[in-house]
Design a binder for this molecule. Structure first.
Ligand code: PNS
Length: 161
């Protein structure tokens, strides 16, 4: 079984993330979606909420597991017995950060490989940060996130009109 880790913050999960997961499943037999527990970061959704949003959006696909991790990604990968990390790459602006992260992870554990998938052309402009901003400011997030995330955002930011 070829399994990859798909790590991230997922605050919240977007159609961009889901697209990478679906496309990743064409290459891997299974994916472990790994949600970072990072107490230092100002998050909109708690880690538990993000896990539940991911599970809700993914449905009952037995090929995908959603887990949380804290500390180093490479340590979590070792614990899971997985040596491939899957990441989506949207634009040139993502490249430097991703390049550094992939190389740092390989330096920490030379057995870990990072595989990048180009985000689909419909999703390359979507980021969780922009989704949070748009929702906070009362903009339309349909088409950016799955319906369960849309509902959760509507609860966080009730419309005043
Ligand atoms: O969705 P994000 O915020 O771009 O995901 C970033 C993530 C979670 C993949 C990255 O921050 C991470 O792996 N953090 C764990 C800490 C770590 O391993 N750091 C060293 C490598 S840079």
């Amino acid at each position: 079984m070829r399994i990859a880790l798909y790590p991230g913050s997922f605050d919240p999960p977007t159609h961009g993330h889901l697209s990478i997961i679906q496309r990743g499943l064409k290459i891997f037999d299974g994916l472990t979606v790994a949600v970072l527990r990072n107490p230092a970061k100002d998050a909109l959704f708690s880690v538990e909420e993000r896990v539940s949003l991911l599970k809700g959006a993914l449905g009952n696909d037995r090929r995908v597991e959603v887990k949380t991790f804290s500390g180093l990604l490479v340590k979590f990968a070792q614990q899971e017995g997985v040596n491939t990390v899957l990441r989506g790459l949207r634009a040139v602006s993502d490249f430097e950060y991703e390049f550094q992260m992939a190389n740092m992870n390989r330096k920490l554990d030379s057995g870990i490989e990072t595989l990048f998938m180009m985000t689909g052309e419909d999703y390359f402009y979507i980021s969780s940060r922009f989704v949070r901003d748009v929702a906070r400011l009362g903009g339309e997030v349909a088409g950016l996130v799955p319906p369960n995330v849309q509902a959760a955002l509507a609860e966080k930011f009730p419309r005043k009109d």
